[in-house]
Every structure is written in structure tokens, then in C-alpha cells.
Design a protein around this ligand. Structure first.
Ligand code: FES
Length: 146
């Protein structure tokens, strides 16, 4: 029996395009398999001024905290994607830390595409059942100043 190395790409619809404004970002609290159970899979989807989408695991490469820890926002006063714990700043389009304690490290990028009006992620395995934990109110939509 032969098994194809190619498997169909699975897309997970996360939200509608209009739910994230240009220049904005939104956190999503998803779940991924963990042995027989599941564990949190927290992501952020951000849009640049042109409207392109970028998705990352919402975990700072420095100490693993949510980028929006503290203030609940993803952007600093200049509009740069940044971590709320120690202020590392990231290139929105490739996830590279451009300044701060983890300079040169990278956010974990997630494949993202717009499919018939929905923002979808791919290249990941998700648990689509109910999550076993509560939402946190810092996981809200944020829009940079200006
Ligand atoms: S935990 Fe993000 S910069 Fe330190």
C-alpha cells in the first residue's frame, strides 16, 4: 500500500474579514490536541495598512507571555507590534523581533489566507470542540492609536 506524502490542506475559518480593521489585530483563543486531551492555542491575527493578514502564535519569544499581556493591546504608541511585558517590538509582516530583549528571535508564524470572506488559518491542527478553559478579557480586539 502506498501513502501519499501530500495531504489536503485544511483551512480553519477564524473570523470574517471585516472583524479585523486595517492596521488592527485580534486575539483568538483556540485549542490544539495534547495527547488525549487539548491545550490552549492562542493566536493573534493582525492586518497591515494595506489590509494584508498576518497570523502568529500569541507567545513572545522572550518569555512566552501573550503579546497583549497587561494593557490588552498589541501595538505601541508608534503602531509597532510589541510585547506588553518588556517591550520587544516585532516586524508585523515577518514576526522578527527588531528591538528588545529577544531581538533577532521570531514569533511563530501561522499560515493565513482569506477564503470567501473568511480569514482562515492553515498548517495547524486544531481541536474544534468546546474548550476546557475560560476566555480572558485581555483577548479582545485592539487597534493601534492614530
Ligand atoms: S516577555 Fe515579551 S519582551 Fe519579555
Amino acid at each position: 500500500m502506498s501513502v501519499s506524502a501530500e495531504s489536503p490542506r485544511e483551512y480553519f475559518a477564524i473570523c470574517e474579514v471585516e472583524e479585523i480593521p486595517r492596521g488592527g489585530a485580534r486575539a483568538f483563543d483556540l485549542a490544539e490536541p495534547d495527547g488525549e486531551g487539548q491545550k490552549p492555542f492562542r493566536i493573534v491575527i493582525a492586518r497591515n495598512a494595506r489590509g494584508d493578514h498576518f497570523a502568529y502564535r500569541n507567545a513572545c519569544p522572550h518569555q512566552g507571555v501573550w503579546l497583549n499581556v497587561g494593557s490588552g493591546t498589541f501595538f505601541d504608541e508608534t503602531g509597532a507590534l510589541r510585547c506588553g511585558r518588556h517591550g520587544s517590538r516585532f516586524d508585523l509582516e515577518n514576526g522578527t523581533c527588531v528591538s528588545g530583549p529577544c531581538e533577532g528571535a521570531h514569533l511563530q508564524k501561522i499560515g493565513v489566507a482569506v477564503v470567501t470572506g473568511d480569514v482562515c488559518i492553515h498548517g495547524v491542527t486544531l481541536v474544534e470542540d468546546d474548550r476546557a478553559w475560560d476566555d480572558d478579557d485581555t483577548m479582545d480586539i485592539t487597534v493601534p492609536p492614530g
